[in-house]
Design a binder for this molecule. Sequence first.
Ligand SMILES: C[S@@+](CC[C@H](N)C(=O)[O-])C[C@H]1O[C@@H](n2cnc3c(N)ncnc32)[C@H](O)[C@@H]1O
Length: 275
Amino acid sequence: MQKPQNPTWDPQQYLRHSGHRTRPFHDLLARIPGLPARGRPARIADLGCGPGNVTALLTERWPDARITGYDNSPDMLSEAARHAGPTPGGGSIDFRHADAADWVPEEPYDLIVSNAALQWVPGHAKSFPAWIEALAPGGTLALQVPGNFTSPSHAILDDLCDTPEWRERVGRHGRRYVHVYEPWEYLTQLTGLGCETDAWETTYIQLLQGEDPVLDWVKGTALRPILTALADDEQARTAFLGQYRDLLRKAYPPGPYGTVFPFRRIFAIARKKDA
Ligand SMILES: C[S@@+](CC[C@H](N)C(=O)[O-])C[C@H]1O[C@@H](n2cnc3c(N)ncnc32)[C@H](O)[C@@H]1O
């Protein structure tokens, strides 16, 4: 069996569904309390910033903030670079390479935010004490992760990876990155660190358009490890995608208005107490 490797990312594929993917970030942002007034612009970190489009949205709420997006994918960072530089409100955005698994804040932050990224970081709750410690008094940690790993799109993928035909090639790639906690677990962990915490979940009933839209969606995310594992074998990749596509067509038949693709997401916001 092959050793799993870090998946390669395709920013353009990921951005194909940016409307649906961005909505939970807006919902997260709307619940973040005011940041501490420290007599200087807010300092913000965005962990797993991807192509940088949601990082840039932070400037709408904090126009003069100094924002750094961190990611460990060179492809995503190079796409994000187009959002880097001074912002119209007098702030700035920059992007840096970092692995969220061992990222330790190098200065106090007013906000550490992570959208749709920590599911790729096994045991990320282990970092919460260090991240909360690094927040300024009154600062906030805000995260959103998908909570849809038992939905048909993922269950079918796991089952397919586990068939005798694919087990040796891709068996370990399907489940490797599924590491989220339930909303109550985020609530308990972050409250236990002394924060005022708000955790919740929302299932978005997404209506996707086009042919095989669920396959197109997962090509940007859940399929990355498998596409990476099969990158050097086009025939195998085509065969795998064909089998998965046929199963998805049965699970998500197109309706008169498009294909309904429900998507559960988990949110947590933890505000550190004031000094
Ligand atoms: C689904 S994308 C989300 C991107 C962006 N936050 C958004 O909401 O559009 C997940 C991102 O997490 C990044 N990522 C995965 N594992 C990571 C890690 N260990 N450290 C840093 N970034 C990571 C990936 O490279 C990818 O850019």
